[in-house]
Design a protein. Structure first.
Length: 261
């Protein structure tokens, strides 16, 4: 399959075409030359589509810590393994910004400060905010600039330092399990069950483009969901369909959901 056909399979917008053409050249070129190929940070949707575009290429996705949402994608030649990504030569670096705990800062505050410095979104990975501390994953090439220039977020003064990737503290997410029964494994039924919504309200959220299934937007409320699939609702959280049991006496399906809020 040629380059253009592969891009046509995944690109949905003109911006997609530009991005995936660049990713194609970067990664296939690295394979041909047997060198390291590293992309910018990618959102979950872009990661899924990149895998679809290059299904036969051995790719590694890395965001600085296990479970990172935004990741870079790497082609690693045979003489390197994934431990290289945790070394001092890693293309991903981590900055810890500290501040007084009495000052309440959010993900938006830190992202806004970085964008205000002229930093491109594609060079910034996850932003892990905690009281008095924020760990920021970035591409190593912008590390010196961030250390020199990220001095505040909002009106709050910051102190910054590079930290090892092993020291990054991922954000803590509240997780709860919920057992329920549903009439079917339709997307709207599971969104309604997981977030305590009527099927009509769940259908409205899906139609409005606020729901993703396995990191891709889904506008079909009747889409059947497979066990292990992840459902994200923008502004509300995400859930995973952990298990599907048998049918009840009322012919409903027993399910187990893992809900992240």
């Amino acid at each position: 399959m040629d380059k253009q056909t592969r891009i046509d399979r995944v690109a949905e917008t003109p911006e997609d075409r530009i991005l995936f053409a660049r990713l194609y050249e970067k990664l296939t070129g690295a394979e041909r030359r047997s060198i390291v190929g590293v992309t910018c940070f990618l959102a979950p949707r872009e990661q899924v589509l990149l895998r679809r575009m290059l299904p036969d290429l051995p790719l590694t996705f890395f965001g600085g810590y296990e479970g990172a949402e935004r990741t870079i994608c790497c082609y690693l030649p045979e003489y390197l393994d994934e431990t290289w990504l945790l070394s001092e030569e890693s293309p991903v670096a981590a900055v810890r910004a500290t501040y007084y705990e009495k000052d309440t800062l959010t993900h938006r505050d830190f992202l806004g400060s970085l964008m205000g410095l002229g930093i491109k979104r594609e060079t910034v990975g996850d932003i892990c905010v905690a009281p008095g501390r924020c760990d920021i994953l970035i591409t190593r090439e912008i590390l010196p600039y961030v250390l020199d220039n990220l001095t505040s977020a909002g009106r709050t003064k910051l102190s910054t330092e590079e930290i090892p990737l092993a020291a990054v503290q991922p954000p803590r997410q509240a997780v709860k399990e919920r057992r329920d029964t549903v009439a079917s494994l339709r997307l709207d039924a599971l969104v309604g069950s997981g977030f305590g919504l009527s099927r009509g309200k769940a259908a409205d959220l899906i139609a409005a483009g606020r729901v993703s299934l396995d990191d891709l937007p889904c506008l079909k409320g009747d889409k059947l969901v497979e066990p292990g699939s992840k459902i994200s609702v923008r502004g509300m959280g995400k859930l995973v369909l952990k298990d599907v049991g048998g049918r009840t006496k009322k012919d409903r399906i027993s399910i187990l959901l893992e809900i992240y809020c």
